[in-house]
Design a protein around this ligand. Sequence first.
Ligand code: SAM
Length: 283
Amino acid sequence: MINSTQWFTEQVPGAGSAFSLKIKQKLHEEQSPFQFIEIYETETFGNLMVIDGCTMVSTRDNFFYHEMISHPVLYTHPDPKSVCIIGGGDCGTLREVLKHSAIERVVQIDIDERVTRLAEIYFPELCESNNDPRAELKFIDGLQWVKDAKPGSVDIIIVDSTDPIGPAEGLFGAAFYRDCFNALSANGIVIQQSESALYHLKLMGEMRDAMALAGFGHFQTLFFPQCIYPSGWWSATMAAKSDIGRFREQDANNKHFATSYYNSAIHQAALACPEFFKKALAL
Ligand code: SAM
């Protein structure tokens, strides 16, 4: 929603709060076959992508999310080679994953090709690794792709999806997690954006329950800032098939690529569990 004084506002239903950005101009809007996509030029956050009224990505702060949904899991799995990204159409997560030279193959499956085509125009820096020979971009439903994946063929599944409504609803259900479990190799880990612990605690509990029902037995949640998302405080949850790997701290310390937020101290700190979260999830 944009008002007469050029502020874009996303209200959070039920939370009695909202986040606003001052807009310079609307650059684009379209109804794709799946969702309503808007692109704005903001005064201080660069470009902003909004899907169905919800902020997705801004030029200025996307690095928190993209780095935290990729590097912690890549430095937790003992030896990742094959990664699949479900959603992630802005391609920022893909770019981060491909910074790891040991990764041999990344398949990104976003249901909506228009998100990627618009990211190429308005967020070209996020798309700079799209032509990496290790990357494959598919535009189909991630639910179906995971169902059809060869058992044991993927080391890490990153679910970089929209909120659990519309096409992403099934990506938060036990049937999807069961397909993830089957697609993952023995040390496999799935990581999924898990919304805000302040606003979506119930959903976070239900997500873990559904993952447990699907066979996952080991969980870790990472907490990190993301000011354009509801409450400004976001999370991602890892679920492992076997024991969750030990953080390869030495490898993270010796990483040969640049990051803006992630480092090994941030990784450790992001795993610290708030007391109210432990209590609510009986951890
Ligand atoms: N970082 C964002 C967030 O947490 O709000 C997510 C960004 S990314 C643009 C989300 C993507 O998930 C969208 O491009 C959307 O098309 C995709 N998506 C939603 N449901 C999907 C599904 N069932 N299969 C594959 N992609 C899906």
